[in-house]
Design a protein around this ligand. Structure first.
Ligand code: HEM
Length: 304
């Protein structure tokens, strides 16, 4: 997989500087967004921008799949979206849910962007915090060892409340997709005494909410998974997966994937801080962010 030439472009998408001029322009002038998007898409392919290159490849693959039709060997996201389209076209009352070719490409791109690196980054942040907090790590390991056995399947993951708490607490401290929770106001409204005009874009200040001592208590800046075991805060205080009907659609999948990976890690290794472990993390990314690096040591539990 790592010798696939597209990896370079994928890396280019995820591991890039936080300051991207066209995103800033887009945020500053949302009304220009359709024009900027078209311009960006054209320039992106012309100048081999990573997003443009990956989009181009996706267009090729989706077009090929539309032509060859479904096969038994391949059954992935593209097929699921295609099925959605053909099912929708069969019944006229379902027509509004039908996906066009461009929508299938957009969905594939969104799922890749939203679903892949987010969970990987979350795991990097968890690993870092486990190395810095060995007592938390031992508690998570003890829970894992007690619940997960050789013949356990994924349903057992629901019986790991402490590990669940570790992931949520990590994402409270590092809300890696905080900037994606913006909304456009669809009618004039007043929130907390502030008037918001129809059409205005609103971006919640996730960091201030996640570190608000009035909500989380005087230890709001500390990593303390225990706070999630019997949470007393309103659910709207945790915005790492967004809120409401447009909340992250992959929330449960992400939590499940992260737990599976952590179970495997905790059962085999102790994550240890070394002299090279970052004192403070620095970040990479734009719409989502990840740590620039996380340096830890893995000690095999079989040796101890
Ligand atoms: C730790 C992992 C993840 C985090 C922190 C995360 C975070 C978010 C956030 C903050 C949003 C915006 C929600 C809002 O506006 O209220 C979002 C949307 C979305 N996420 Fe995730 N996500 C993660 C994993 C995933 C996975 C695994 C998938 C799919 C396989 C996924 C697919 C999506 C999609 C499709 C949307 C757009 C939903 C919509 O607009 O209706 N995400 N995510």
């Amino acid at each position: 997989m790592f010798s696939n030439p597209l990896c370079r472009h994928m890396k280019g998408i995820f591991v890039r500087d936080l300051n991207v001029w066209y995103l800033d322009l887009n945020l500053a002038f949302p009304a220009l967004s359709p024009i900027l998007r078209k311009l960006f898409n054209t320039l992106a392919v012309k100048f081999e921008n990573p997003i443009g290159m990956v989009l181009k490849e996706m267009q090729k693959v989706v077009d090929e799949r539309i032509q060859i039709g479904s096969t038994e060997e391949i059954d992935d996201f593209i097929d699921a979206f295609k099925r959605q389209s053909s099912e929708a076209e069969e019944g006229s009352n379902k027509r509004s849910t039908s996906l066009t070719r461009d929508e299938i490409i957009a969905q594939c791109f969104l799922f890749m962007m939203a679903g892949f690196d987010t969970t990987a980054s979350a795991l990097s942040f968890v690993t870092y915090l486990l190395a810095l907090n060995p007592e938390v790590q031992e508690k998570a390991r003890a829970e894992t060892m007690a619940v997960i056995t050789e013949d356990s399947d994924w349903t057992k993951l629901a019986q790991l409340p402490y590990l669940d708490a570790v992931i949520k607490e990590t994402l409270r401290i590092y809300p890696l997709a905080a900037s994606t929770t913006g909304r456009r106001c669809t009618r004039d409204t007043v929130v907390g005494g502030v008037s918001i005009e129809r059409g205005t874009y609103v971006q919640p200040d996730v960091y201030s909410i996640h570190f608000d001592e009035g909500i989380w208590g005087s230890d709001a800046s500390e990593f303390r998974p225990e706070r999630w075991l019997s949470p007393t805060v309103p659910s709207s205080s945790f915005l790492s997966f967004g809120l409401g009907p447009r909340r992250c659609i992959g929330y449960k999948l992400a939590m499940m994937e992260a737990k599976m990976a952590l179970v495997m890690l905790l059962k085999e290794f102790r994550v240890v801080r070394t002299a090279d472990t970052e004192k403070e993390l620095s970040f990479l990314g734009s719409t989502t962010f990840s740590p620039a690096s996380v340096t830890v040591q893995l000690e095999s539990l079989r040796d101890s």
